[in-house]
Every structure is written in C-alpha cells, then in structure tokens.
Design a protein around this ligand. Structure first.
Ligand code: UN1
Length: 509
C-alpha cells in the first residue's frame, strides 16, 4: 500500500467496502499518477460492467431500508462520517495534494469543505421541511412534503476530487437516498480512501450499502449509470461537453440531472475600485489552483482609468508567484493535472495569439529541476479585445484575459457575453455600481460577488450557474430539494366532497 494511503490507517478493505474499488473490481488496472512528480502513487482495479450492475443493484436495494430511517438518525450517521473526516484531515489532505496537485493548504481546505457540508447536512436532517397551504375547499387541508428520491449517481471531476462528492453525498444521505459515486479516473486513490472512511461508519450503523464507489471507464460505468432507470438523479460535475451528453441521455429516460459544468468567470474592476484588494482577488482567482477550478477567474474587465496601473501591479505580482511542489512551503502554483492539460494550455495561447491577443507574461511550459513531470506551466496574462473568439472557451489552465472597457455597461455586457454562467465579481467602492452589477440587468451568473473574487465559495450558499454551466445548484441553501421528491397532499376532514374550481358532478346515491 502506498504510504499516503497507509497513513490513513484504513482497513483494506473496510467492512462494507466491496467491488468496483481498489479491493475488488474485475476490470483493468488504473494508475494513479502524482502530477507534480510524475511518479505512480498506486493502482486500482477498475469495475467491469458486471461489477457496475452488482453495485447498482445492491445500492438500489439499500434504499428500501434507508428511506425509512428517520432523517435525524441519518444525520447522526453523517455526523459520524464528519468526525472521521476531522480525525483524518491531515493525511487525507496530503493524499488529495499528491493525487491532484493542488497546494497542501488547498488540500486541507478541500477536506474542510467536506467537514463543513457534513455539519450543514446534520443540521438539515432536522429541517427537511415542506409547506402548509390553504385549501380553497372547506374542511380541507393541503400540504407539501419531501420524500427520499432513490439512488443518486454522483459523477465528479479531478479538481475537487472529494469535496464535490461530499456536497452531494452528505445531502443525499440525510435526504434518505443511496448513492453510487463515479470519481474522475485521474484521482482514484482519494476516492478509495474517502469511500473507505464512509463505508466503515455506514457499516458500523448497519447500512453498509448507502454509499458505493465505482471506478471505471465511461463504457463500463459512466454510460450504464446514465441509462439506469433505478437511478432517478444523476449529479454530474465536469465540462460543458460532458454535461450535454449526460443531460440529453438522462432526459431520454425522464431521469433528472443536477449539472455543475464549465465556468468562464469574469472580474470587473472599475475606476473607483480598491486596487490592492482587486489585485489579490485576481491573483488567487486566476493563478490559484493552477487555474483548475470551475470558478477560476478567466477574464478581467478593466475600466480605462485604472487599466494600465492594475496591469502593471498584476505583472509585478505574477513575477513573484512561486511555482513548484504543491507540498512545499511557499509554493503558490502547483502542476496541471496531466500533459493533456498542458497541451490544452499551449494550444489556447497559440490560438489566442493568432486571433490577436498579446502575451503579457507567462506562456511557457516549465522544464528543469523540479519540473520533470512536464505538468508545470507559467501563469499567463494576455491582453485581448473583448471580441476575441478564444474568450468564449473555458481552458482548464492559468490563462487570464485582460480586456479594457469604457464603463460599467460595457463591463456587464462583456461579463454576460459567453456561453457559461457560473461566477462573476465586481470591484468597486460605489454602492450604485455594485447594486447594478447584482441587479436583474446585471450579471447573469449563478454567483455574483462584490469586492471578493470569483472562486472560493462557502458551502452555505447554493453553488452552481446558468446557461451552459447547467443550471444545477449544490451544497447550501435549499439545494437539498434536488435530492428529494415533492408530494402535494390534500386531506378532506369534512363530510362533503366539494370539487375544486366549483365544478359540479352529482351522482345519485
Ligand atoms: C469546482 O471547481 O468544481 O468556489 C468547485 C470554489 C470551491 C468549489 C469549486 N468552493 O472555488
């Protein structure tokens, strides 16, 4: 066992943890590669199509009992999972960092995000409330209640290999659903570790099959999950292209989807902004996590009066960004996930230059000592006209377009002029400007911030975006409703049977 997994001190396999994971799949071996070093961290045995069927059947069967466990008791199981995550936070954070390349502070943040959503779900387990409504008919009562939905498929991406699973899993669990998780094939060990932690707790409480893991290919695991009528909800995080396939395919069988897809997020900086604040937000939003968040700042709209000054400040800050080992103290930019991502970075810069963008800094793949994996790139700033076609695309790399605009109206138009609609932010000290950005005629995104950047949202708010971002909402607020089915109930406690809308239908007795 790899020392990073050994540090978690998990039984191998944990009780209740079977099949489709490192311990028992019948498919091909999958390597887990550390993007910072290029070294193999470990291998997992993937699930076959037959494994997928076994796991889905078992997870779907577990729903029959789990849906009847009182929600606060389900919350207690989630609370115990949260306690285990607290206990194992540090080794888990190190594994996250080793496998997906984010900084250790962000690896810790990722585990913290799981703990936070577990806490949130525990509270929610006593609040899955419906509405009481007034009936138009005498002696009638109407109300809405929320029931567990069934088995949920959770498809996650490499960049938040466990937090996004937790957003879904902790809510789905208190809502009374069972779930099958298909993680990114780029981060299988983290998924195995987290599944083992959850499985152990679930087994101790007599519900081992509430959460299952399936690591496997699109053909053996992904597509069967999309087509499976035992799965009423598919929650998927990833690219817009992936989400389009998921959305269309699940809709064909009238299944529901919860989509959290690409972002192409902008920060607007007006002439009246606090520039040092804006600088820090742009640097973290654009270069942080090596540009691999769905909330990464990709476009910056600078009002003319401050454009030259803020550009100079950004260039200076970018020179001081330490790129390197994400485990090392002081590093601010780690590697991209793999060489394919590096090729995407190079292609996007070349294409933008052909279209008329100007390289201001970065634009290089790093080589030499410490960069042998070939996955390190320099965070890049490019100046571009608002009409540059490349601005329409999300490239999962630290490339940021700086665009000059005349005023707030133009900035809002530009902010909204992309297919995606996840996150957005404005830097201004003018209340009127801020409120216009947040108004119905302002930003069209699911997230709109003032004087903070586009990334790093808290779990308490609903998270997601509009347009090609997919429209789904996860995590806080009332996102839990996606994991339940609504039932409208009307109760007649009188002796007559009045019909709604005054309709008469009298039959002889
Ligand atoms: C993602 O990149 O898929 O707001 C999620 C943020 C994080 C979540 C990002 N809390 O940046």
């Amino acid at each position: 066992m790899h020392p990073l997994l050994a540090a978690l001190d998990l039984p191998d396999p944990a009780p209740g943890f079977r099949c489709g994971d490192a311990a028992g799949g019948g498919g091909e071996l999958l390597d887990s590669i550390n993007p910072a070093s290029g070294a193999r961290l470990g291998r997992v045995r993937q699930a076959t199509r037959a494994d997928c069927e076994t796991v889905v059947a078992r997870t779907a069967a577990a729903f029959a009992a789990w849906r009847l466990v009182p929600a606060p008791q389900r919350g207690e199981v989630v609370r115990q999972i949260g306690l285990e995550l607290r206990r194992l936070k540090e080794p888990l954070a190190r594994l996250v960092t080793a496998e997906c390349g984010k900084l250790l502070t962000e690896g810790r943040g990722e585990v913290q995000e799981m703990i936070d959503i577990a806490d949130f779900a525990v509270g929610l387990s006593r609040q899955l409330h419906g509405l009481s409504l007034h009936s138009e008919r005498p002696n009638h009562r109407m109300y809405e209640q929320w029931h567990p939905l069934g088995t949920v498929a959770i498809i996650t991406a490499f960049n938040f290999p466990v937090a996004v699973w937790a957003w879904n899993a902790m809510l789905a669990a208190v809502c009374g659903d069972t779930m099958v998780w298909k993680p990114s094939p780029k981060t299988p060990l983290t998924a195995v570790a987290v599944q083992q932690i959850a499985s152990r707790v679930l087994a101790q409480h007599g519900h081992p099959d509430v959460m299952s893991l399936l690591i496997g290919t699109v053909a053996d695991v992904g597509e069967p999950l999309l087509d499976d009528r035992r799965i009423p909800l598919v929650s998927a995080t990833g690219s817009c292209a992936m989400g389009r396939v998921v959305g269309e395919r699940v809709a064909r069988r009238f299944g529901r989807t919860l989509l959290e897809l690409g972002g192409n997020n902008a920060i607007v900086v007006l002439d009246d902004a606090d520039l040092p604040l804006a600088l820090r937000a742009i640097a973290f939003g654009a270069a942080g996590t090596a540009g691999q968040r769905c909330t990464t700042t990709r476009r910056v709209y600078l009002q003319r009066g401050i454009a030259a000054k803020l550009t100079a400040m950004l260039l200076k800050a970018y020179r001081s960004l330490k790129i390197g080992d994400p485990l090392a103290e002081g590093t601010l930019v780690g590697p991209l996930i793999d060489r394919a991502a590096v090729a995407g970075y190079e292609a996007a810069i070349a294409q933008a230059q052909r279209e008329g963008a100007k390289l201001l800094c970065g634009g290089k793949v790093l080589s030499g000592a410490g960069f042998e994996s070939g996955c390190f790139v320099a965070p890049t700033l490019m100046s571009a006209p608002a009409t540059l076609p490349q601005l329409q695309h999300e490239v999962f790399a630290p490339i940021t377009w700086l665009v000059e605009v005349a005023d707030l109206d133009e900035a809002i138009r530009c902010n909204n002029d992309v297919p995606q609609g996840l996150s957005s932010a404005i830097f201004t000290l003018n209340l009127r400007h801020a409120e216009r950005f947040l108004s119905a005629a302002g930003s069209d995104c699911g997230i709109a911030n003032v004087n903070i950047g586009t990334s790093g949202a808290e779990i308490g708010g609903a998270f997601g975006g509009e347009k090609e971002t997919g429209g789904g909402r996860e995590a806080g607020s009332d996102a839990w409703k996606a994991y339940m089915r609504r039932q409208t109930c009307t109760i007649n406690w009188g002796t007559a049977l009045p019909l709604a809308q005054g309709v008469q239908f009298d039959v002889g007795e």
